[in-house]
Design a protein around this ligand. Structure first.
Ligand SMILES: *Cc1c(COP(=O)(O)O)cnc(C)c1O
Length: 411
């Protein structure tokens, strides 16, 4: 085995897949700042500022809005391991790859899962969720907002209202949509929402924002937080112990409280990144940012269609930030992805499960939800498809996308 002796020098790729997307230079610069002690007053002030910033991003007044160290999945796991007790009935919206992940984690936590099954690429009918609420009387409903695997966004508003009515807590994985599509934690009655930085937020993977309603916090307080008897400082409830120390949200809340009860060491450089990410969102304005993603998605779709390719899924329910394109019969999806990368330094991806090799997913998120990036990607895509003998209306895609972008600006 040879030992790597040179500095890391990755190629500069344009990441137009399903995430990660390219990182904003201001975020990269923030990560280069010096590391300070976790109890340093500067550091704890950054933590408090980060909490306030993410309340804006999540559109919530929830006090408990903070970060979990790890990629988006770490916050999903923290939420579910802290909420789900053995034997607890949980309704999961099974709508794609990440719906399956929620089911798996709930099961690992000892929860009894009742799925509302929705074919990939479709949206759930709130009436089916209501049926499940009536029938199974769950304490928790778990859902994904936009599942990148299917490029489809779910109608959460109606489901949140139903959860309130039937007294179930509502958990949502908003990783793929936060900062790129409308997402209103409080207005939609969401009790716990989690995300990551590497999709529409233009940050790197490795920190996962979370927000908790008072109802969710009350449920977490009912549980025990310390099985080993080592003083964690967390108030002990009567309920079953949370089967994780690292992801015990009560311990994490104590760490993010003014008492700063020592738990892990906050990932300093990732906190700098997450803070800068949220500053960028607030600076641009949430609505303007969402509009930029919508516009990029519209231009992408116009381009794909004009070149003569078929867009995947129902346009009224598709995510703004990632577009599915049907792979023509007889074409190997991976070959096209390879040529995009090799000849143009552009990453696009396929999907999972029933959609493996059946669609390409082309994302335009974060700093890549931009006119030039959409047009460059479409130009490269046309060239590669055409070079592989797929009949394409050459030039039409780029022209249509440019026109759509400019038009969208006036609507
Ligand atoms: C991309 C994505 C994730 C990613 O989780 P990581 O742990 O950051 O890889 C989770 N949920 C959804 C809906 C996603 O689209």
């Amino acid at each position: 085995m040879t030992i790597a002796t040179c500095e890391i020098n990755p190629p500069s790729r344009l990441l137009m897949g399903a995430g990660p997307a390219n990182v904003h230079p201001r975020v990269l610069r923030a990560m280069g700042a010096d590391v300070i002690g976790q109890m340093d007053p500067e550091m704890t002030a950054y933590m408090d500022e980060t909490m306030a910033l993410y309340r804006e991003v999540f559109q919530t007044t929830n006090h408990w809005t903070f970060l979990i160290n790890g990629s988006a999945r770490s916050a999903i796991e923290a939420a579910l391991v802290s909420l789900v007790t053995p034997g607890m009935v949980v309704v999961v919206l099974n709508i794609g790859r990440f719906g399956l992940l929620l089911r798996e984690i709930v099961t690992r936590c000892g929860g009894i899962v009742h799925s509302v099954d929705v074919p990939w690429g479709q949206v759930v009918d709130p009436a089916d969720v209501e049926k499940a609420l009536r029938l199974h009387k769950p304490r928790l409903v778990a859902a994904v907002h936009g599942d990148t695997s299917t490029t489809t966004a779910q109608p959460l508003e109606a489901i949140g209202a139903l959860c309130r009515q039937y007294e179930a807590l509502f958990y949502v994985d908003a990783t793929a949509t936060l900062g790129g599509m409308p997402f209103k934690t409080d207005e939609w009655h969401i009790d716990v929402a989690t995300a990551g930085l590497q999709k529409c937020l233009a940050g790197p993977p490795g920190s996962a924002p979370i927000t908790l309603s008072d109802r969710a916090v009350a449920a977490i307080k009912e549980r025990r937080h310390d099985e080993g008897g080592i003083a964690s400082g967390a108030p002990q409830g009567e309920g079953p112990v949370i089967q994780s120390n690292y992801f015990d949200l009560m311990m994490l809340m104590n760490y993010w409280s003014p008492q700063r009860m020592n738990h892990h060491t906050e990932a300093t450089s990732m906190l700098y990144a997450a803070r800068e990410v949220a500053r960028l969102v607030v600076e641009e304005g949430i609505d303007a940012r969402i509009e930029r993603h919508r516009r990029a998605g519209e231009a992408m779709i116009a381009g794909i269609k004009a070149m003569g390719m078929r867009v995947y899924g129902d346009e009224t329910t598709r995510m703004y930030n990632v577009t599915g394109v049907h792979v023509p019969e007889g074409i190997e999806a991976r070959r096209i992805q390879e040529l995009m990368r090799r000849d143009f330094e552009i990453e696009i991806v396929s999907s999972f499960g029933p959609l493996t090799g059946k669609i390409w997913r082309i994302g335009a998120m974060g700093i890549n939800a931009q006119k030039s990036k959409v047009l460059l990607t479409l130009a490269a895509f046309e060239s590669v498809l055409s070079g592989e003998g797929i009949p394409i209306n050459r030039g039409a895609g780029i022209d249509a996308a440019r026109a759509a972008w400019n038009r969208a600006g006036h609507s």
